[in-house]
Design a protein around this ligand. Structure first.
Ligand SMILES: Cc1cc2nc3c(=O)[nH]c(=O)nc-3n(C[C@H](O)[C@H](O)[C@H](O)COP(=O)(O)O)c2cc1C
Ligand SMILES: Nc1ccn([C@@H]2O[C@H](COP(=O)(O)OP(=O)(O)O)[C@@H](O)[C@H]2O)c(=O)n1
Ligand SMILES: [Mg+2]
Length: 220
């Protein structure tokens, strides 16, 4: 089962790559029904099925036209493709750590509440090895956040008497030498180009940051 799922995943990436090479990351690309198979390099029927699958997973958007369909890769699709690219970068450029640049942004003021919850706090201490400052430093990236889930540390959701709290994924990072982690809550309403960072210290105070300042995040 695992093999089949991985193979499908691989095929998704392969088609995303072909679409990106046609320009579908920057704008809509028209795929004629008649030439669909030869364009993507498989039977037309298979290609059509794969495109529907990509759309269902949120990797592309499709608009049907009289000649065929116009396709564009979404931020989620770009992120999927970029994670693959970064794996190759790791393979061919050994020792290079992934770096992200983001601008400090004020958020909704909710990070403080969530990070302080004992159900999360306990897991951060155990899984990341530090007690987080109550809050998240929000960073606006130039591109969607793209890292393979294999490097993620899973934070479990939990329940109290009133409601359920969702889980999330953490990615250990360093900012100006300070150990920290990107936290991506499963229930976040932020787009992929907004990341939240937790750290044992208040990063604004420690690094003298204000809204609009650029910060470099190095993935561990
Ligand atoms: C660890 C963690 C868990 C979260 N769990 C939930 C949740 O269960 N439901 C929800 O609506 N939002 C959840 N959020 C997301 C917040 O609603 C919100 O989108 C985000 O943290 C806002 O942060 P900000 O104040 O920095 O803008 C969670 C956030 C964090 C950091
Ligand atoms: N490790 C951290 C966490 C939060 N913060 C900041 O602490 C404040 C509270 O975090 P928050 O997530 O509740 O607030 P917003 O991100 O919504 O503005 C914000 O100003 C964050 O930018 C920080 O400087 N360093
Ligand atoms: Mg925040």
């Amino acid at each position: 089962m695992i093999c089949i799922l991985n193979l499908r995943d691989y095929m998704d990436v392969d088609i995303l790559k072909k679409l990106a090479l046609m320009g579908a990351m920057k704008g809509r690309v028209s795929l004629s029904s008649a030439k669909l198979g030869s364009t993507i390099g498989m039977s037309s029927q298979t290609a059509a099925r794969r495109l529907i699958r990509l759309e269902k997973q949120g990797y592309i958007t499709r608009v049907l036209t009289t000649e065929g369909q116009d396709v564009r890769i979404t931020d989620k699709g770009i992120s999927k493709l970029k994670a693959e690219y970064l794996d190759y970068k790791k393979i061919f450029e050994e020792g290079q750590r992934q770096r992200l640049k983001g601008r400090v942004t004020t958020g909704l003021g909710e990070g403080q509440y969530y990070i302080s919850l004992e159900g999360y706090r306990r897991q951060f201490v155990e899984k990341l090895g530090f007690e987080p400052y109550p809050g998240t430093l929000n960073l606006q990236l130039k591109e969607p956040f793209a890292v393979h889930d294999t490097s993620a540390i899973k934070i479990e959701g939990f329940k109290d008497s009133a409601r359920t709290f969702g889980g999330g994924k953490c990615y250990p990072v360093k900012i100006d030498g300070i150990e920290a982690a990107i936290i991506r809550p499963d229930r976040s309403s932020y787009p992929l180009n907004m990341v939240e960072v937790i750290a044992p210290v208040n990063l604004r105070e420690k690094l003298g940051l204000k809204d609009g300042d650029e910060v470099e995040v190095i993935l561990e």
